[in-house]
Design a protein around this ligand. Structure first.
Ligand code: COA
Length: 260
């Protein structure tokens, strides 16, 4: 499928999805968000894809936010629809059962920071900058940022970012747990690929159940979460991959997973 604002490259069971509007610092216009939804629906059913990496085109920006030229025209009702639509697409990414890694290669502002937050793992280049500058525009984050940022880095830090609109650099993002690792820009995609390959070599049913189990943590009580974990663990025990993984360990050989 051809996209206007996305590039998708699938190789060795890993999809690299690049937001491709470099002249606008990869700002998310409506068309791009619609394409993101279509792309994730297609990647979800693509049997050749185990892991997705999201990055931005060029060396300057991951995504510099929602497209301000479109936001500028919203009235109240349209603002609600705008927010709800973006939230639904980012929730689709968060709830995607194949792992999604954000390779944040520059500015991740507003909707760009929120896009990174909806991914399962965040890696960043040394030049990356994170921020929720919406208050500078007279709005608040609308693609889930008030919720995901607060859950990830605690309310005091999230309040500071959201209320001041200040950007933080990659080392500060690492220090406060917003990103897992920071690399020189020239190494970022290789490192993201390495991590994706490592995950892709595991039994994919277990990987997907693990994503689902971790993702329910904010939705349910601890006991309900553990019940879900037990059910997903039980499902793993019914797979061929489980027999293969455990047998391979006991036979001192490498497992050959079939994702069955
Ligand atoms: N929406 C629409 N266009 C955007 C954009 C956005 N969020 N972010 C950047 N652009 C456009 C600029 O308008 C400019 O377009 P032009 O060349 O047609 O004028 C182009 O991208 C390059 O951006 P520019 O501002 O010239 O680059 P810079 O290096 O001087 O500054 C930023 C980089 C990221 C600091 C600055 O672009 C910025 O503050 N962007 C908005 C960030 C924001 O508020 N995001 C939240 C939106 S809800």
């Amino acid at each position: 499928m051809e996209y206007k604002n996305l590039l998708i490259d699938v190789k060795d069971q890993i999809a690299i999805l690049t937001i491709n509007r470099p002249d606008k610092l990869n700002a998310l216009n409506k068309e791009t968000v619609v394409e993101l939804r279509t792309a994730f629906e297609a990647l979800g059913s693509n049997k050749d894809v185990n892991v997705v990496i999201i990055t931005g085109s060029g060396e300057k920006a991951f995504v510099a936010g929602a497209d301000i030229s479109e936001i500028n025209k919203l009235d109240m009702l349209e603002g609600k629809k705008f927010s709800e639509f973006g939230q639904s697409v980012f929730s689709l990414i968060e709830n995607f059962d194949k792992p999604v890694i954000a390779a944040v290669n520059g500015f991740a502002l507003g909707g760009g920071c929120e896009l990174a937050l909806s991914c399962h793992i965040r890696l960043a280049s040394e030049n990356a900058k994170f921020g929720q500058p919406e208050v500078n525009l007279g709005i608040i984050p609308g693609y889930g940022g008030t919720q995901r940022l607060t859950r990830l880095i605690n309310s005091g830090r999230a309040m500071e970012m959201i209320l001041t609109g200040d950007m933080i650099d990659a080392s500060e993002a690492f220090r406060i747990g917003l990103v897992n690792k920071v690399y020189p820009q020239s190494e970022l995609m290789n490192k993201a690929w390495e991590m994706a390959s490592k995950i892709s070599a595991k039994g994919q049913l277990a990987v997907r159940f693990a994503v689902q189990a971790v993702n329910v943590v904010d939705e349910v009580s601890s006991q309900q979460g553990q019940n879900i974990e037990a059910s997903l663990f039980a499902l793993c025990c019914g797979t061929e991959d489980f027999k293969e993984g455990t047998s391979a360990f006991l036979e001192k050989r490498k497992p050959l997973f079939k994702n069955k």
